[in-house]
Write a protein that binds this ligand. Structure first.
Ligand code: NDP
Length: 313
């Protein structure tokens, strides 16, 4: 039987509606959550991401501000900008869009963001809060993955979860959230022995690798839930054929565009898995939705209000 496709757009819209209602309630109480996004220079991909974040904020009633320093900004100048935002009371969330230009010390900048306003959840203080199950700000993509599981009624407690990838942005925090949710978690990486065998143990398999269609059917236990985080652009016709042979819709679009987006999970996995997130339209839409939720969480945390259930396991 074919896997149930977990619709990320639908879940993201549910969360957005909840966030909009919270923003309305907070604004009525005199607190309008505010998000500042810093975009250095003119990286086309970053510009698209930032536009999406600002647009989403506006739609949900969150105050947003876009700061666009020039490409040649120094670490010290950018640091000053971040410190200024740290001080401003109407700004609850600060997001520094990565990558930063090479002359800027990215680690220094990210460390300077007030942890209470760190809506990306990358600051070591928030990493520590997550690992010790204290209220804090959780990275958006991992938090979104948990929301997909919870809202699709996929149990976490007691399940075998395997995460492929150990980055600070996705792999490690999603593993931590799954542990906090009482799953039995294995984290794999490029040095893991018998990766297919380890993955086949999973009731929940999370692929956060960055390799087009690497997870094939022999990695997946029949009926498992597979979360595909990867976003990979395929331009090579032979690689395209390995992934999408016989898929006429994709073939047509590949012919016209010369490229297609694919996750880390091979499409054939849909024949084995119990549930699967598509790419595009799976994990991706949750990332911005959770950024909005984090901005509201940040506003509440900083003002000592209760942290909502959203993004907590
Ligand atoms: P990183 O490159 O930081 O990490 C990749 C991880 O995969 C590493 O831990 C690496 O192992 C592991 N890995 C690489 N090759 C193999 C292999 N052959 N076998 C086993 N493990 C391997 O990537 P990110 O975590 O930042 O991103 C992962 C993917 O998710 C990317 O495609 C990215 O574009 C996508 N992404 C999507 C988001 C969304 O919103 N949908 C948000 C963020 C990321 P090692 O540590 O040993 O090198």
């Amino acid at each position: 039987m074919a896997a149930t496709i977990l619709d990320g757009n639908k879940i993201a819209n549910e969360i957005r509606a909840e966030v909009a209602a919270e923003v309305k309630a907070l604004s009525a109480a005199g607190v309008r959550p505010g998000l500042a996004v810093i975009l250095v220079g003119s990286n086309p991909a970053s510009e698209i991401y930032v536009r999406g974040k600002v647009k989403s904020s506006e739609e949900l009633g969150i105050y947003s501000e876009k700061l666009t320093p020039a490409e040649n900004i120094t670490t010290e100048e950018l640091l000053e900008l971040v410190l200024e935002l740290n001080q401003r009371d109407e700004i609850d969330g600060i997001l520094v869009q990565l990558p930063l230009p090479p002359q800027v010390d990215s680690k220094k900048i990210l460390m300077a963001v007030d942890p209470a306003k760190d809506v990306d959840g990358f600051h070591p203080v928030n990493v520590g809060f997550l690992s010790t199950q204290r209220p804090g700000l959780v990275p958006c993509t991992p938090a979104g993955i948990i929301e997909i599981l919870k809202r699709s009624n996929i149990p976490i407690a007691g399940q075998e979860a395997v995460v492929v990838g150990r980055s600070d942005i996705v792999g490690k925090p999603v593993a931590m959230l799954l542990i906090n949710g009482n799953a039995t978690v294995t984290v794999c990486h490029s040095k893991t022995r018998d990766l297919p065998g380890v993955c086949r143990r999973a009731d929940i398999l999370v692929a956060a690798i960055g390799r087009a269609g690497m997870i094939t059917r022999d990695f997946v236990k029949p009926g498992a839930t597979v979360i595909d985080v990867g976003v990979n652009k395929v331009t090579d016709p032979a690689e395209f054929a390995r992934l999408f042979v016989g898929n006429t819709k994709r073939e047509e679009s590949f012919r016209t565009k010369g490229a297609t987006l694919v996750g880390d999970v091979h499409p054939e996995v849909a024949e084995v898995a119990g549930a699967l997130t598509p790419v595009p339209g799976g994990v991706g839409p949750l990332t911005i939705a959770m950024l909005m939720a984090n901005t509201v969480n940040a506003a509440k945390l900083r003002r000592g209000t209760r942290v909502p259930e959203l993004s907590r396991v």
